[in-house]
Design a protein around this ligand. Structure first.
Ligand SMILES: CC/C=C\C/C=C\C/C=C\CC/C=C/CC(=O)SCCNC(=O)CCNC(=O)[C@H](O)C(C)(C)COP(=O)(O)OP(=O)(O)OC[C@H]1O[C@@H](n2cnc3c(N)ncnc32)[C@H](O)[C@@H]1OP(=O)(O)O
Length: 292
């Protein structure tokens, strides 16, 4: 595996000022600080051209603006490099992604809230309409936004049986936006989507497999990656342009919805999430998570 590009910026300072006993400022040279870990890692297999993209924001890969931005840049980089496929997974052993970072939506200034949502919209669109085959190797829990990322891929392999997946927004008192609904309907059909979304139900991996929310269940991450590679290998002989145009055609409802409604969708989000009642609910939910 070769690392093609990293999205972290290395720190350039290699010296710090410290205050001594006499309070004078002195310069001490020291080793360059270790650059921060990237929020998303990408490794491309030289032979197959398939990228493993790993969410890396401990403890639960909650999706904040910087992580979403990095993910979007990586997807764009893969597009530019005519990638043969992408496997999305997590560096955590128990959580694929806890969904949207609730801290981004709690008591946030309007400009930050708006930047967060527009970054989510554009990252989702980049993933959903990507020209290359995409597989989610779901190696942990995948609630809400974690489920959305999985549904936006073409194939889902999940480690089971103990992890769960679903769009649980209604349980939090929030509403899954129409493009979340389209993603689930693409996979489950109208009836099952209505049942799952109105109840905000989370499904265990075996339940998800039975329902068709995931395509395969395996027992560990390595197996998930192998299954994902097998899925992508099927397309080796399919002309990429025909594949890309077909995918766009099949997914045109979601693509068109986002292209035509970005501003209205942002407005709906802002109107809903800034309501006092919703803010109170998010606050209580966050407190309950921290109390666990
Ligand atoms: C018609 C209407 C039209 C349009 C509507 C328009 C707009 C709609 C408006 C809004 C829609 C917004 C959509 C939101 C989708 C989302 O993704 S919301 C996020 C939902 N996520 C969850 O419910 C998951 C919550 N987390 C968990 O269940 C567990 O953490 C999990 C099972 C993932 C892992 O469990 P465990 O390993 O035990 O970890 P902890 O629970 O102990 O968590 C560790 C720390 O992480 C913090 N944390 C967890 N999840 C989040 C999160 N999503 N955001 C921020 N922080 C999170 C947790 O508090 C712990 O923090 P601590 O270490 O204690 O400080």
């Amino acid at each position: 595996m070769a690392v093609v590009f990293r999205t972290c910026k290395s720190l350039s300072k290699n010296a710090i000022f410290t205050r001594g006993i006499s309070s004078s400022l002195r310069l001490h040279s020291q080793k360059p600080p270790t650059p921060p870990e990237p929020l998303v890692n990408v490794d491309v297999d030289d032979k197959s051209g398939v990228a493993v993209v790993t969410l890396n924001r401990p403890p639960v890969n909650s999706l904040n603006t910087p992580l979403l931005s990095e993910l979007k840049n990586i997807i764009k980089g893969l597009e530019d490099n005519k990638s043969r496929g992408m496997i999305l997974t997590s560096s955590s052993e128990t959580v694929f992604s806890a969904g949207l970072d609730l801290m981004e939506m709690y008591n946030a200034p309007k400009d930050k809230l708006s930047a967060f949502w527009t970054t989510l919209q554009s990252t989702w669109l980049a993933l959903y309409r990507s020209s290359f085959p995409t597989v989610a190797a779901i190696n942990g829990h995948a609630p809400a936004g974690g489920c959305l990322l999985s549904l936006s891929c073409e194939y889902r392999v999940m480690v089971g049986p103990k992890f769960s997946i679903g769009l649980n927004e209604t349980q939090l008192g929030i509403v899954a936006p129409p493009w979340f609904v389209i993603c689930m309907r693409d996979v489950l059909g109208h009836r099952q989507t209505e049942m799952a979304l109105t109840s905000g139900r989370m499904f265990s991996a075996p339940e998800a497999l039975k329902l068709g929310l995931i395509d395969a269940m395996v027992t560990n991450k390595a197996e998930a990656i192998t299954e994902a590679q097998k899925f992508i290998a099927q397309f080796a002989k399919i002309p990429p342009l025909a594949r890309k145009l077909t995918k766009e055609s099949v997914r045109q409802e979601g693509i068109k919805y986002m292209e035509d409604n970005m501003i209205d969708d942002l407005q709906m989000f802002m109107d809903l999430v800034t309501q006092e009642k919703i803010q109170k609910g998010i606050g209580l939910y966050l407190a309950s998570l921290k109390k666990k």
